[in-house]
Design a protein around this ligand. Structure first.
Ligand code: ZN
Length: 186
């Protein structure tokens, strides 16, 4: 990003498959904002007990403190004094996240949203497609296909569970390229 808006907020979206480095990139951007002495905060959805820690953690184990959100309004309530607002795992929020991000940007905040663009069936995930359209800056990251080594844009679920929300690590998902990605039928 070479040119950023003056006297205005904006929305940055970091999307991609599992293992594409989205959280790592979110942490990198928030750290740099902190070095620049900006007030920062990170939110993530409370969707599962396994997520009930107050940190976001990337696959390479870098981590940052975050606020676990039960009610979407907590994002606005906790952001009034903030310059830069990070939101991780944005795909798990409802579509109410879209007006929230727009409101923050309108209030001159820099909003950095990270999330899966598609689910394990390859279908656009939650509020992510709309946020990608609303974004001023958009990065789609790719992982590496574990089957063939191509750039990977898909998250292959390697268990039989067909719930859209199934949280897990390397034992539940693999990064796959378009050729190696297989849609799991119910
Ligand atoms: Zn492949």
């Amino acid at each position: 990003m070479t040119l950023t808006p003056k006297n205005s907020g904006w929305i940055e979206v970091i999307c991609g498959s599992m293992f594409s480095g989205k959280t790592e990139e979110l942490i990198r951007r928030i750290r740099r904002a902190e070095i620049a002495k900006m007030n920062t905060i990170i939110f993530k959805p409370n969707i599962d007990n396994r997520y009930s820690s107050n940190h976001i953690v990337s696959h390479n184990q870098s981590k940052m403190e975050s606020i676990l959100v039960e009610d979407i309004n907590e994002i606005l309530e906790n952001s009034t004094e903030m310059d830069v607002i990070g939101i991780d795992e944005a795909q798990f929020f409802s579509n109410e996240l879209i007006p929230v991000c727009k409101k923050l940007a309108k209030d001159n905040k820099r909003v950095v949203v990270a999330g899966l663009d598609t689910d394990f069936k390859g279908i656009p995930f939650g509020p992510m497609p709309a946020l990608m359209c609303e974004s001023d800056f958009l990065d789609k990251l790719r992982a590496i296909c574990v089957k063939c080594g191509n750039p990977a844009s898909f998250s292959q679920r390697i268990t039989k569970d067909s719930k859209q929300v199934l949280i897990g690590e390397t034992d539940v998902y693999e990064a796959r390229c378009r050729n190696c990605f297989k849609i799991v039928e119910d």
